[in-house]
Design a protein. Sequence first.
Length: 256
Amino acid sequence: MSLFITAGYPDPGSTVELVEELEASGADIIELGMPFSDPLADGPTIQYASKVALDQGVNIDSIFEMVRAIRNRSEIPIVLMGYINPVLQYGLQAFFLKASSVGVDGIILPDVPPGEFPEVEALCSDYDIAPVFLVAPNTSEERMRIVDQASRGFVYCVSVTGVTGAREGSEVSLSVGKFIDKVRKNVTQNPILIGFGIRNHQDAMAISGKVDGFIVGSALIDHIRMVYSRPDWIRRTGTFVRHLKYGVKTGSDKSE
């Protein structure tokens, strides 16, 4: 299970503790979103989280410091996810050098498909940062094979066309079966993780049975937004994550 959170949301001082709780609750990978003012692939939930983080001064350097602090406590794989504009503004070489030095494991740039920006792929290789590329229902089989060749770590399988966001489970499960079969036929070198639209354990199990794992972002951020006013919001978020992964309540969770 890979979990997406926006770096610095709901507040910059909580990100490191939140990641620790997510890992303790079952996360295998953390996708740390780099907030951007024009997140074209994201729906309202992640747009909102990005704006909150940006309004609190989160930038590339502060994200790197969050990763450094996480690395002092954990070895969980950390994949930065965002858009190319802030990376270019930071400086490509400087970005990848710093990312490597603080312990970033991978990067997802949805607006940089394989072959379109070879400098990025070269720097990933130079600094041992795994590039993760995406496939979607409208991706051709030939293109899937190209994505598989270019990716390291895993291939991000977008379950539905459109922007990020939790959806009705039937919207995803009814359309995903044939798509996954096509992905499995063409993506053979990397694990396949599926995301976009997963709200709960039932959704995750319904669409991830043929792949290697699932990704949750918007539903997690929606939960954080709902419980942030409570003093135990991080613990409650951990409970939500355990439900996502395992689908059962433990004795300590029954008060949720």
